[in-house]
Design a protein around this ligand. Sequence first.
Ligand SMILES: C[S@@+](CC[C@H](N)C(=O)[O-])C[C@H]1O[C@@H](n2cnc3c(N)ncnc32)[C@H](O)[C@@H]1O
Length: 349
Amino acid sequence: MDDRSFVAAQDFLLASKTYWTKRIYPELKKTYETAAGAAPAPPETPAEVAALLEGEVLYRYFSWLERHLQRFKYAGRYGLVPYHDERRAALSAELRDTDAELAPGLEMPNYYQRVDIHQHPGGVWSDELDGYVYERGARSTTPLMGAAHGDLHHRFTDLVAARGGAKDILDMGCGFGKSTHPFCTSFPTARVEAIDLSGPCVSLGAHDAQTKGSGNVRFRQMNAYETDYDDGSFDLVTSTMVIHELPPREIERMFTEAARVLAPGGRMAHLDFYTIDGPFARFIHYGHGRRNNEPFMQPLAEMDLHASLTEKGFTNIEVIPFKEAEGVGESGNDAWRFPWTVIMAEKMP
Ligand SMILES: C[S@@+](CC[C@H](N)C(=O)[O-])C[C@H]1O[C@@H](n2cnc3c(N)ncnc32)[C@H](O)[C@@H]1O
């Protein structure tokens, strides 16, 4: 397949997603508000919202688009998987000489193997080109709202940097390094360790870091809740869009591990999906988790993070909604967006 056809098809999918989020979602919300207004009592739970909406053609159309636009992105004639497969020899050669530290025998947790996360066939870890497929797919995951979505990671890093410096940083679940590189540039004198279960992703992260000349980072294939770092070896532990991919028991283990590797007084900062306003937003978010093969979104949203972090010895816990880009969430902008949330805490001194 030629590049032009591939790019055109992927752009079409992104435009369709933009239509889905900016046009279909606000219509669905209006339909819900009308139905809720006519109901004997306002819905209080996602199940009550489901009872009102699941029979609606508009809701089915919304759900179908959400599930299948994402599926088309990967598969089919112009999908990410066949496109990269055709370029396998050249792409795999690019990854051959990276200094990523791979762990070929690393056990992949059950939750990680059982679900094709984001509908990515085989997940982000089972094929050597998965880092590339994930990287290209990330560019059309969230429709742009007038601002570059890449800014999201920088906005988060800026927020963390505004709270203070750091010398030793651990990025848990770094993927192909999109969350790591802003930390490398915002904290140029820090040592940055970037870890992920996916070998293909850390390989691409290391390749890009070499290309960009980021000398202060090391990419390693490792489980975030079972690292080999010494106690107290970091003053900042971070993650971006990772927690919601783990079941609650593994989230607890990840926080316990973060507490262990942080020095006393060190801090943690995570960007994820957590604070959700009202039963309709919950219904849509939980449905997104099901439709996009992200089964642990709902369990995370129902966890008591404050209690969990307090129990592990964290203090100054903050759970704050995060604006992904200027203008998003303001009145007149009714598009569906993820419930971005920053979770920050400090290890007791
Ligand atoms: C949505 S991606 C986010 C990647 C990156 N932080 C970013 O912002 O682009 C989630 C990442 O978490 C990784 N992951 C999931 N469970 C993990 C675990 N137990 N340990 C390390 N990484 C994990 C996945 O392999 C994936 O790369």
